[in-house]
Design a protein around this ligand. Sequence first.
Ligand SMILES: Nc1nc2c(ncn2[C@@H]2O[C@H](COP(=O)(O)OP(=O)(O)OP(=O)(O)O)[C@@H](O)[C@H]2O)c(=O)[nH]1
Length: 237
Amino acid sequence: HTGTESGGTLPDKGTGCILARPSPPLRTRCPCRLQVMLLGDSGVGKTCLLTRFKDGAFLSGTFIATVGIDFRNKVVAVDGVKVKLQIWDTAGQERFRSVTHAYYRDAQALLLLYDITSKLSFDNIRAWLTEIHEYAQKDVVIMLLGNKADVSGERAVRTEDGASLAREYGVPFLETSAKTGMNVELAFLAVARWVTGPPAGAGGTRAPPGLTRSCRPPQGAQAASGAAGGAAPLPHP
Ligand SMILES: Nc1nc2c(ncn2[C@@H]2O[C@H](COP(=O)(O)OP(=O)(O)OP(=O)(O)O)[C@@H](O)[C@H]2O)c(=O)[nH]1
């Protein structure tokens, strides 16, 4: 189905990681649009993360796996610039993989999720990154998210292991919870910020296409989230 737009979420200034940008800068193509794809194993919480971000609600109860691909829109404002996020929610199940591959190349940003209570979903991240390398744009922005951080009692993946994997691939990392909302908005706004660039007079310069700027841990990220720095185009495995 097609989601309706909502908008006007104003992020804190300076919250996002500074991410690698594509060429040409998207600012020149305003109204800024960004296609964001949610990827990761079935059950890691992609649909719930999107619902939390879009509607501020949590889908508890029976788990209904996504079939194929779905999308919803949300307009956010970053430093006064409106950015329309079109967010694609993909099915994590293997049998839909060929359908979702077709959409990879249209995405400018990917939120790649694992479930902190599922070691398997974490171990599969490398395979996801290999697929991304094969099907996505070379300069796609990737953020690794360890979701379900609220269920710490069943944690199977340490925060430092998530941060270390993210460092290895040069991508930003956050732990999130679609249930409590922890770091959810921050993750989406970090990629939206990538479209708009730093505020005028912020003293920063835009990164040349394909190059990486240093990445601060996002301000406002909850302390245990283990934000890791360094956004870069995906290295060859
Ligand atoms: N405790 C907790 N449960 C979550 C969280 N996110 C999702 N869940 C639960 O995990 C299950 C799967 O969530 P979904 O969002 O449907 O998973 P998905 O990744 O979209 O799965 P596919 O559509 O099959 O790819 C559901 O039962 C959710 O209620 C979270 O942050 N915390």
